[in-house]
Design a binder for this molecule. Structure first.
Ligand SMILES: [Zn+2]
Length: 305
């Protein structure tokens, strides 16, 4: 992706961004004699600092580690600062099995164990440094921007969210970024599921856009192993998808994308009919067992696995 392509993608996905100095040509390519790319994935970091302006640090680097230290710096207010383009010192050495899994996007909820550090991730990853310590959660604005920025990149390359990993999944010893508590990395399967939702047009307000492709939850499951528990009162495309599937068993079910009393009644009947199980909540909760049953029936009906 060229710098111009990047700007096009950022605008397309509504990413608030700011250009910093000569970011288009600021890289480590010349100094190392190594060209950047082809790029295979996107790596997420925290800087380890809550300071409000970390542009100069990311541009210039630190003693022993010259900048740029990333392509993107993500500020607390959700602005993506463009720092460099080309090789950047963010990923360091990591695990070839993880790289292969990211390249093929062929893994379960998490990439393989990162127990080697023999390939240079700076050759082949985009990197974002999010401005926070990692010992607490990043701001909401940062998380929303991360989802959009990831979608902008994945969309350009026709990647899924499986091309996005945390530094802590890469194999550089001692890394646990992006963090959410001291020493504790965010659940990247959940992050990938959220990015996948953004990619599919759900952004952060699913209820505004109630028409996903019908097979979306299958893909979500494949990407992350994550499916949300739905409850009475919930609304959004997940609920609509559930209702469409319930309607195959219980034709009276209406697709409203709202988990209302009628939906609860249908869920209760579905559990009784398909799982031989009397719900204790009168169908007001639809959980993992229900999802698994719906998905297994769906895949049998489709003749796929
Ligand atoms: Zn990092």
């Amino acid at each position: 992706m060229s710098p111009d392509d990047l700007l096009t993608q950022l605008r397309k996905w509504g990413v608030k961004f700011a250009e910093y100095k000569n970011w288009r040509t600021h890289s480590r390519d010349r100094a190392t004699g190594k060209a950047w790319g082809p790029v295979n994935g996107f790596m997420v970091h925290h800087t380890g600092s809550d300071s409000r302006d970390q542009r100069a640090l990311l541009r210039g680097g630190v003693a022993g580690l010259p900048g740029p230290l990333s392509h993107f710096g993500l500020a607390q207010d959700g602005t993506v600062h463009l720092i460099g383009w080309g090789r950047a010192n963010h990923a360091g050495m990591g695990d070839p099995d993880v790289l292969a899994a990211v390249r093929s996007e062929d893994y379960g909820a998490y990439p393989p164990a990162d127990n080697q550090a023999t390939v240079d991730g700076n050759d082949c990853f985009y990197g974002v440094e999010i401005w926070y310590s990692g010992s607490h959660e990043m701001t909401k604005a940062q998380y929303t921007a991360l989802r959009k920025l990831s979608a902008a990149i994945c969309d350009f390359h026709k990647w899924t969210a499986k091309s996005v990993i945390g530094h802590g999944e890469w194999g550089s010893p001692g890394k646990w970024d992006p963090g959410m508590a001291p020493g504790r990395m965010m659940d990247m399967a959940k992050v990938r599921a959220d990015i996948e939702a953004t990619l599919s047009g759900q952004a952060d307000k699913p209820e505004d856009k109630p028409k996903p492709p019908a097979d979306r939850p299958d893909k979500m499951l494949a990407v992350s192993g994550f499916l949300p528990e739905l409850r009475h009162g919930d609304r959004g495309w997940y609920v609509g998808w559930l209702q469409r599937n319930l309607a195959r068993f219980l034709p009276a079910v209406k697709v409203t994308s709202v988990y209302d009393d009628a939906t609860a009644k249908a869920v209760h009947a579905f559990y009784a009919q398909e799982l031989d199980y009397k719900t204790t909540t009168a169908g007001k909760v639809f959980g993992a067992d229900g999802w698994r049953r719906v998905l297994s029936i769906k895949s049998k009906a489709d003749g796929t696995d």
